[in-house]
Design a protein around this ligand. Structure first.
Ligand SMILES: C[S@@+](CC[C@H](N)C(=O)[O-])C[C@H]1O[C@@H](n2cnc3c(N)ncnc32)[C@H](O)[C@@H]1O
Length: 264
């Protein structure tokens, strides 16, 4: 099996082992507040993009909470893609319970999204913990570029590449008395191999293998430009959107928003 197939198996297993009630209240939370599942900086950027009547996709959409939240901006149609079939069942159930009819969810490896979706989307969204599942960002953004319409926008809100240098408290190199240390290489090429479940969905268990990858900021921007997507905005933040809160507000770049426009 290649790493993508083993990741699919590991994500589906994680969903089977999810915390009781994980994601079960999302249909109610969606009613709470406009763009509920986005942070304030993302809300501002999404509102400025004027998505009314547009067609949107989320790649690696997980249980669909963010794509469903995007319907607050009047999108005409939303399609979420994810490799984990059972997690998408929860996305569909959430949409139904929330009465959202213009979003659908398709199970696919992003790299295998079929031609029928080419030139279809005005916006493609990648959020928290999406890029890391792809070894080769050029291939990933080649697919995204094909799916975007000319003039369409790709928006990423993810953990900052610098975060890959910081150890979690249980990892080798973490020093409780001096935690503010970067210990891993920014340029790491070896994959991250993990067998402890999926922190935010499950308690720890001996899981199937998750394989993920570090990318630098230049890897991201260059892979976009190689695929005719010009970065028009890059913002970096010292707050954490994916990890532990361990390094918040210490002057480290922990998350970012990048917007790129497809030029041809
Ligand atoms: C960390 S989750 C995204 C969480 C989401 N942004 C949120 O906050 O709810 C990453 C998702 O990527 C999906 N994934 C991993 N590799 C993939 C691939 N090759 N193609 C499509 N989806 C993939 C996993 O199934 C998982 O649902």
């Amino acid at each position: 099996m290649n790493y993508i197939d083993t990741n699919k198996a590991a994500w589906e297993e994680a969903f089977e082992n999810r915390h009781r009630d994980w994601g079960e209240e999302n249909h109610e939370l969606l009613q709470n507040e406009k763009l509920y599942f986005f942070n304030p900086d993302m809300r501002k950027e999404l509102e400025e993009l004027d998505l009314n009547g547009k067609t949107a996709a989320q790649f690696c959409c997980n249980n669909g909470r963010e794509l469903l939240s995007l319907t607050d901006l009047g999108i005409e149609q939303g399609i979420g893609f994810d490799i984990a079939e059972n997690i998408l069942e929860q996305a569909r159930a959430t949409a139904e319970k929330a009465g959202i009819e213009n979003c659908s969810f398709i199970s696919s490896n992003i790299l295998d999204i079929p031609e029928s979706f080419y030139d279809k989307f005005d916006i493609i969204l990648f959020t928290i913990g999406a890029l890391t599942w792809f070894e080769d960002l050029t291939l990933l953004f080649e697919k995204a570029g094909k799916c975007l319409k000319r003039g369409g926008m790709l928006i990423i809100n993810d953990s900052h590449p610098f975060v890959n240098m910081l150890p979690l408290s249980e990892e080798e190199g973490f020093k409780p008395d001096n935690p503010n240390r970067a210990v891993f290489s920014y340029f790491r090429k070896e994959p991250w191999i993990e067998n402890n479940g999926m922190g935010y969905m499950t308690t720890e268990y001996k899981s199937k293998t998750f394989t993920s990858f570090s990318h630098t900021m230049s890897d991201i921007i260059n892979a976009l430009s190689e695929n005719s997507m010009k970065t028009v905005k890059l913002k970096e933040y010292d707050y954490d959107i994916g990890m532990t809160g361990l390094y918040e507000n210490k002057g480290f770049p922990l998350s970012y928003i990048l917007i790129a426009e497809k030029s041809t």
